[in-house]
Design a protein around this ligand. Sequence first.
Ligand code: FAD
Length: 474
Amino acid sequence: MSDIAQETIDRLIGAVGPKGAITALEDMQPYLVEWREKWRGRSPLVLRPETTDQVSEIVRICAETGTRIVPQGGNTGLVGGSIPFETGDEIVLSLGRMNRIRAVDPLNDTMTVEAGCVLADIQQAAEEAGRLFPMRIASEGTCQIGGNLSTNAGGTAVLRYGNMRDLVLGLEVVLPDGRIWNGLRGLRKDNTGYDLKHLFVGAEGTLGVITAAVLKLYPMPAEREVAFIGLPDPESAVELLALSKQASGGQVTGFEIMPRLGMDLVLQLLPEARDPFAESHPWYVLMELSSGGGGGALRNAMESALEQGFEKGLVADATIAASVAQADDFWALREGLSEAQKLGGGSIKHDVSIPVPDMPAFIRRADQALQAVIPGFRSMAFGHIGDGNVHYNPLQPEGGDKDAFLGEWQAVADVVHGIVADMGGSISAEHGLGRLKRDEIRRYKSDVEMELMSRIKRALDPANIMNPDKAITP
Ligand code: FAD
C-alpha cells in the first residue's frame, strides 16, 4: 500500500515513461537497501530519468503535490543518505541513466559530465583525452559523480588534488521547485557574488538534484613512484610527510598509514599478498609521488626523502616499487584493510579529521581513553593521515563477545568524538552526515552554524521535499 496518491504516481511515471519507472517491489529492492544492509527503506516508486528536463518535470510534480524525493547515485554512501525511510512516502530518484559525457575540453582542462556517470568511466574518458581526473576511491567502479559531489567525496589523492569541492568548476542543478539552474561554467575565475555551486557540493541531496557538472582535469603524470615504509610511530609519519613534500617539491599524491595489526589482517584476507619486509614494524606508510616531468627526477626525490627519513630515525625500513605491478601490490595492502577489519571481529567506525600534526596525539589520547571504556580493545587507526583524516576503528578484544562490543558503539563514539571536538577536528571527514550523524552533529557544531544551515535549507527548500531528515532537520 503506497502512502503517495495514485494520481501523483501516475503523473510521475508519465514524466519519464514506463522505461524510467520501477514499481515492482522486487525490482525496487536494490534501490531500497544500503549495500551493507544497514539501512532498508520503503517506497512506491523508483524513477530513473534520462534527461535534465525529465528531472525538472519530476521535481515540479513533487513540489506541487508535496512529495518527498530521495536522490540516489551509486548507493555506495556509508551514512544512509541515499535510502528512503520506512514511511513509504518518499520516491527514489536514481540518476544512473543520466550517464553521458557531454564534452571534453583538453585545452581548458575540463570535462562536462552528467550526474549518473560512474566515477571509473569519467577517469577512463579523461585518460582517453590524455588527461587525469584525479578523484580515486575504492568504490569508484560503482559510485557516481553526482553522489561524489553531493558527499564532497575525498579518497586517496586529496593531499595533492583536493576533494570533490576542489575538482568542480560548474554545476547544473534542478532546484526544489523544479527550475533548472544552469551553472555549467568552465571558469577558473568568477567573482560575481556568492559561489552557489558550493551550496550543493556536500549537501547530500537536501538542496536540489545535481544533474551535470564541469570537472577539472590535470596533466597525466608521466612518472609515479610508490614506496612502502616501516616506521616506529605516527609522529615519524607526520615528520616524514613534511620532509617528503619539501624533497619532492609538493609532489606527494598519496600518504596512507596503517598499524601492524592492519597488516596482519590484510595478509590473512589476501593469501597472495606479501609483507614487503622481513621484519615487523609497529606502523607502515604507503607514499606515492607523481609528476608530469619524466627523466627520473621523481625517483631521486623519493630516494632523497627516504634517505633523510632514515638519517633522522623516522624510517625503520623502506622499499620503492620496482614495477607498476609491485606498486599495485602495495596499494592492495592498503585498500584491502577496510574489508580485512571484519576478520578481527566487530569494529566501531569513526571517520574523523584533525589537523595533521595533531593526529598522533589524537590516536594516543583516544587509545588511552577507550581502555577505560572497553579494556583490551585493539587499536586500529588507518587511512589518509596526509589529509589529517584517519578511520579510527577500534576492534573488539581478542576472543571477546562481538555483540557486547558493538553494543558500546555510542559510548565509544562519544569518547572519540569528544576528543576530536576538543582537538578542533571534525566527526565526519569524508562520508557526510546522512542518517547516521544527523542528530549527533548538533552536539559538535555551534548554534550559529546549525542555525545558518537550517536557514539555507528553508530558503531553498521551504516545503522540505528534498531528502528530508537527512544531514539536517530544518
Ligand atoms: P549515493 O550513496 O547514492 O548518495 C550519497 C548521498 O548523495 C545521498 O545523500 C544522496 O541522496 C545524494 N545524492 C546522490 N546523487 C545525487 C545527485 N545527483 N544530486 C543530489 N544528491 C545526490 N567516500 C570517500 O569520500 N572517500 C573514500 O575513500 C571512500 N571509500 C569508500 C570505499 C568503499 C568500499 C565504499 C563502499 C564507499 C566509500 N566511500 C568513500 C563512500 C562513498 O563511495 C562516497 O560517499 C561516494 O561519493 C558516494 O557516491 P554514490 O554515487 O554512491 O552516492
